[in-house]
Ligand binder design. Structure first.
Ligand SMILES: [Zn+2]
Length: 137
């Protein structure tokens, strides 16, 4: 399976996401870094380069996620998958407080916050700016 993502597919994924990271919700236009197209299920795990397996992602989320798809929470052997922007609803797994800090509602949210580092200091600053400008939803 090819990892190549055409400009048309890249534009489709970015537009579908309203140019916001589908994990941490940072806006591409207010971000310090260029955004990536993420394979939700990585190619090495059999994920396809097709719209239903692609997500618009900021650099911090994409680099922290890498090819991972799940993690262990706490001291248990409970393997918890990450949030899937194509099949999960963001507001069911995450909430945001008034200073831009994301909080997990579910184990899927907690696993995603942990490994993707969704509360990276730069991400919090960018979300604070979005809240201030009324752009966060
Ligand atoms: Zn992000």
């Amino acid at each position: 399976m090819s990892r190549y993502i055409s400009d048309i597919l890249r534009d489709f994924v970015a537009n579908r996401a309203s140019y916001k990271c589908e994990y941490c919700r940072v806006d591409a236009q207010n971000s310090f870094f260029a955004f990536h197209i993420d394979h939700i299920i990585s190619v090495k795990h059999g994920g396809k380069t097709s719209p239903e397996n692609l997500a618009y992602s900021c650099q911090i989320c994409n680099l922290n996620k890498g090819s991972d798809i799940a993690t262990f929470l706490g001291n248990t052997d409970n393997l918890v998958r990450f949030f899937n922007p194509r099949t999960d609803i963001w507001n069911e797994h995450f909430s945001i407080d008034e200073i831009g800090l994301l909080e997990a509602i579910t184990d899927i949210g907690a696993a995603t916050i942990k490994i993707l580092d969704l509360n990276h200091p730069e991400s919090i600053i960018e979300r604070q700016e979005m809240i201030r400008l009324g752009l966060f939803f």
